[in-house]
Design a protein around this ligand. Structure first.
Ligand code: NAG
Ligand code: NAG
Ligand code: NAG
Ligand code: NAG
Ligand code: NAG
Ligand code: NAG
Ligand code: NAG
Ligand code: NAG
Length: 283
């Protein structure tokens, strides 16, 4: 029951075996396909160009940066973890200044990708700011947080995101769409002297450290003009554990791989059981 609910990272597992086998020649892309873009190695199932990727994992290489599909997706990928089944991307910051209304930033992860609920938080920065995240998994879901500071002295200077200039809240699991917005009943007009704008984004919790200076002018957006890091989970294919292990021909890459007694330790994930099981079967 439990195992059946875990999507299986078949490629993650088999590529891990492949790289254990040959730490010397580790080809990650499909043969004949572009292997790197800028600093990033692009491992299959990701790939550039026809025949080089698995459905849903096509990326482009533009100005030495990797984008999901192409740059119009606005999802720039700068780290891919095969073992964890995760990809680190940049996403945009929603902002709204005292003399403006609206302000929002959306993210459509597309098929096979979801926003990691464990790694990311909805974060808002501002002194009279109510930020919302609206999104979809199998349901329509939402989250929100409120931050208040009547004057400069009420801002948390300790780097904590505590509600005094910054707030954070958890987001629902398995979101493949999110839209970060502000409640227009709250704005920065009363605090515009030291905090003209509000900001909100979905980003890795461990990455973000609040600084009081982010409240000034447009400091936060200037510092993170390429966006903020967000961790996405992905699964290559919709196969489930118990089905995948039945069909050994799926393991094209693991052919004649030998795994020693020590299992490599890898962080994260719901795919643990599945990968272990397969290592066991394949060794
Ligand atoms: C390459 O990696 C370095 C260090 O991680 C980074 O500063 C640089 O911007 C990267 N270059 C590209 C083209 O992504
Ligand atoms: C790539 O660089 C060109 C020239 O600098 C620029 O016009 C274009 O917008 C850039 N594309 C992306 C996706 O950054
Ligand atoms: C990105 O992909 C879309 C949809 O396939 C296409 O319409 C658009 O022209 C592409 N943009 C670039 C910059 O290649
Ligand atoms: C990619 O992610 C790994 C694991 O989280 C980390 O060790 C590495 O520093 C990251 N690289 C970049 C360029 O962010
Ligand atoms: C709002 O005010 C800021 C700073 O005073 C200014 O840069 C911006 O252009 C203004 N926006 C609008 C829509 O007037
Ligand atoms: C997001 O997930 C829901 C539920 O699984 C699905 O119905 C919807 O088509 C997905 N959206 C995209 C863009 O993949
Ligand atoms: C995000 O929310 C704003 C405000 O409700 C709305 O105007 C906008 O259309 C939404 N964007 C998307 C892509 O749904
Ligand atoms: C096993 O996987 C291969 C390749 O994906 C497929 O062609 C074959 O039909 C599968 N066999 C079973 C019994 O599911």
């Amino acid at each position: 029951e439990m195992a059946a609910a875990l999507p299986c990272l078949i490629f993650a597992a088999s590529l891990m075996l492949a790289s254990i086998k040959s730490s010397t020649a580790s080809r990650m892309a499909k043969p004949g396909c572009q292997e790197t873009c800028g600093n990033l190695t692009i491992p299959y199932p990701f790939g550039i160009g026809e025949g080089c990727f698995r459905e849903g994992f096509d990326v482009s290489c533009e100005n030495n940066s990797v984008y999901r599909h192409n740059s119009s997706s606005r999802i720039k990928i700068y780290n891919i973890s095969l073992l964890g089944g995760q990809a680190r991307v940049t996403t945009l910051i929603a902002s709204k200044c005292f003399n403006e209304t609206g302000g929002w930033a959306w993210l459509n992860t597309g098929k096979f990708f979801t926003i990691s609920t464990k790694a990311n938080k909805l974060t808002a920065v501002g002194c009279n700011t109510l930020a919302f995240l609206g999104g979809f998994n199998e349901h329509r879901v939402g989250a929100g947080c409120f931050s208040m500071c009547a004057d400069r002295r009420s801002v948390d200077e300790s780097g904590q995101c505590s509600g005094m200039g910054c707030c954070q809240t958890s987001i629902a699991p398995n979101l493949n769409f999110s839209n970060v917005t502000f409640d227009d009943r709250f704005d920065n007009s009363e605090v515009s002297g030291f905090n003209p704008c509000s900001y909100a984004f979905v980003a890795e919790q461990d990455w973000f450290r609040f600084e009081a200076s982010y409240l000034e002018d447009n400091k936060l957006k200037e510092k993170f003009k390429d966006g903020v890091p967000t961790l996405l989970d992905w699964v290559a294919g919709n196969e489930y554990c118990n089905e995948a292990v039945k069909n050994m021909s799926t393991y094209a890459w693991k052919k004649d791989a030998k795994v020693g007694n020590s299992l490599p330790s890898f962080g994260f994930t719901s795919s643990y059981l599945c990968i272990h099981l397969k290592l066991f079967l394949c060794s």
